[in-house]
Design a protein around this ligand. Structure first.
Ligand code: PGA
Length: 260
């Protein structure tokens, strides 16, 4: 079974010195956590410094961009392409709900970003999630609401071939659960993620779909991480606020390292 993947999305919080301290505290404990893949997504501006800081990163510690641009080069002021980052990061977060919201990113643009990542051997972490709960008062999946997530998947993955889908990670993040203290109930995540897996099976076939890592994200803490990690279809977590606290984040990594 594949190792759990734990992604730390530091968003636009840490300064350069904060990032160096945080990365160093995490790195210092990683030898004991070789059974988990850890991905740090610092602000774009600190990626190169972090990359250069350690010539020898542990093999199970990776860097990610929080975003990339879809084209390789050109008149795109302020953007950074997957082509430019190909030797810097192993992963890139694509389509995070904050980018969909504040930068009006559409599924079409997000799909182009997924393809740009794949073109340059960066593993895209495609974020999907609904803004309103998918379940009705009887805890049944509302098909109209589910169609939002399905559309994000079908448009975000359009043109991704079976041989490439294994390099894509899907991060299921109900938008209403992001931001601390509003984690989605375990059964809710279980049912929705099973639906995502079904969708992938329908598109790529069972054998390939089973290889795709699906993460849960949204108010993940050390106290609820084990619940999500125990779910069959979950292969890791995308952690926001809590990943800025090295001790708490390492607790989550430790929990993830025992599920093998
Ligand atoms: P959160 O953020 O853990 O602070 O809810 C998750 C995310 O935005 O990816």
């Amino acid at each position: 079974m594949a190792k759990n993947l734990i992604v730390a999305n530091w968003k636009m919080y840490p300064t350069l010195s904060d990032s160096l301290v945080l990365a160093s505290s995490i790195k210092g404990h990683l030898d004991e956590l070789s059974a988990v893949e850890v991905v740090l997504a610092p602000p774009m501006s600190w990626l190169i410094t972090l990359k250069q800081e350690w010539r020898h990163w542990p093999r199970h510690l990776h860097l990610a961009a929080q975003n990339i641009w879809s084209e390789d080069q050109g008149a795109f002021t302020g953007e950074v392409s997957a082509y430019f980052l190909k030797d810097v990061v192993d992963y890139a977060i694509v389509g995070h709900s904050e980018r969909r919201r504040y930068n009006s990113e559409t599924n079409d643009l997000i799909r182009e970003k997924v393809h740009a990542c794949l073109r340059w051997r960066i593993k895209p972490i495609l974020c999907v999630g609904e803004t309103k709960r998918l379940f009705d008062s009887d805890n049944r999946l509302d098909s109209y609401r589910w169609s939002v997530v399905e559309k994000q998947l079908s448009e975000g993955l359009y043109g991704v071939k079976g041989e490439d889908i294994e390099r894509v990670t899907i991060a299921y993040e109900p938008v209403w659960s992001i931001g601390g203290g509003r984690a989605a109930p375990k059964t809710y995540v279980e049912l929705t993620v099973a639906r995502i897996r079904e969708y992938l099976k329908g598109k790529y076939g069972r054998a390939i779909a089973d290889q795709v890592t699906i993460l849960y994200g949204g108010s993940v803490e050390a106290d609820n991480a084990a619940d999500y990690l125990s779910l069959t279809d979950i292969g890791g977590l995308l952690v926001g606020s809590l990943s800025l606290k090295a001790k708490e984040f390492l607790r989550i990594c430790r929990l993830a390292s025992v599920k093998l």
